[in-house]
Design a protein around this ligand. Structure first.
Ligand SMILES: C[S@@+](CC[C@H](N)C(=O)[O-])C[C@H]1O[C@@H](n2cnc3c(N)ncnc32)[C@H](O)[C@@H]1O
Length: 353
């Protein structure tokens, strides 16, 4: 048996499993997904271990909204002895792609977090042993595959790999960001993470550069505007609430107490639209598509609040709706959606044409 292990936020296992099931079915990879709610990961057991290689080349992490990291595991250990876990792994029998990085990881659940100190300490001797067995390059090399040893408790671990072009570069698949002390709200981290993780370097430099213009719908108190101002962009902040005084004093922000669904950019267009209004996701998606189709902005970054259940199905509906809206206008859409680390019951999307 071989497994595909998908890391996700605790509580979102059913959503990650439903996406993984659909991705595997579409690629004729047969098996079933298993999870316990709240455990922070899903394991898809492949009936035919030989199909693991095909899976690793064809399932795309960036197409899965609720999955933070995907690892392809030929090995699953369930009774590792506390005294000699490395010996019990039998590294000389491993067949894995030559790797440049080792990650010893754990689920991001309450139980899983208790393993973090152990995982950190275990990394050093395991790395040495893996180098001795020629499983890892002598020097760390992120251009090669990563070996993941994913402990689900003190004696059980999946061992597998990810390829750098189809993996999150961060431990546990989590981009950790420091909250800037002068930011007006914690949701500032959502936009920062979205800009850093959903856009390529080139896209970031083109759209989020100094001097560019933006509209922020649902801007108050200003956490998202803060990220734009930090990048020296000019911002039209739209909301009925009160904006952070320090942001207004930068001279880069103009404030409009208007309805975000009716607002149009002051000079007809801007480079970037961001939107964090708490509203029905289909309404927000329709508005975002309209802005991009009408070319009122080049790119839209927005949050979609999720229903409590069947979240993956709700996202599928939104995707279909957006694609349809663009196709009716004779245009094609590039849409990326991810459940970011700093998102809770919401996902973040990037849309451009
Ligand atoms: C989650 S908060 C935004 C937080 C903000 N992004 C930040 O980082 O500080 C949602 C905001 O959307 C605003 N809002 C909701 N519906 C709106 C609408 N139709 N037009 C304008 N603002 C709206 C609310 O007043 C609220 O301030």
């Amino acid at each position: 048996m071989a497994s595909i292990v998908a890391y996700c936020r605790a509580g979102f296992e059913a959503d990650a499993a439903s996406e993984l099931d659909a991705a595997c079915a579409g690629l004729e990879l047969f098996g079933y997904s298993q999870f316990v709610p709240g455990q922070g990961y899903v394991a898809f057991e492949l009936y035919d271990a030989q199909t693991l290689q095909h899976a690793s080349q064809s399932i795309r992490l960036d197409a899965l909204v609720f999955v933070r990291q995907l690892i392809f595991c030929p090995y699953h250990f369930t009774a590792l002895p506390k005294r000699d876990r490395i010996g019990a792994l039998e590294l000389d029998t491993f067949v894995l792609p030559k790797a440049g990085v080792l990650r010893v990881e754990h689920p991001e659940s309450d139980d899983g977090k208790e393993l973090s100190t152990f995982c950190r300490k275990f990394t050093v001797p395991l790395r040495l042993a893996m180098r001795q067995h020629d499983l890892l390059s002598k020097k760390e090399n992120p251009a090669l595959a990563t070996i993941h040893v994913f402990f689900t408790d003190g004696e059980s671990a999946f061992v597998g790999f990810s390829h750098p072009n189809n993996a999150s570069p961060f431990p546990l698949g989590i981009m950790r960001l420091k909250f800037p002390a002068d930011a007006p709200s914690r949701s500032t981290l959502k936009l920062d993470e979205a800009i850093q993780s959903l856009l390529s370097e080139k896209e970031r430099q083109r759209w989020f550069k100094a001097g560019n213009s933006a509209v922020d719908l649902g801007a108050c108190p200003g956490g998202w505007t803060y990220q734009l101002v930090r990048r020296n962009m000019r911002v039209e902040a739209v909301d009925n609430g009160a904006m952070d005084d320090a942001l207004m004093e930068t001279g880069l922000v103009s404030y409009y107490a208007e309805d975000g669904f009716k607002y149009r950019p002051q000079k007809g267009r801007v480079d970037v639209l961001v939107c964090d209004m708490i509203e029905r996701p289909d309404r927000v998606a329709k508005l975002m598509s309209q802005w991009v189709i009408e070319q009122w902005c080049n790119v839209a970054v927005f949050n979609l609040k999720l229903p409590m259940k069947k979240r993956a199905a709700a996202i599928d509906e939104i995707k279909t709706q957006i694609v349809q809206q663009f196709s009716d206008a004779g245009r094609t859409a590039t849409l990326r959606i991810k459940h970011l680390y700093h998102d809770r019951d919401e996902v973040t999307a990037v849309l451009f044409s």
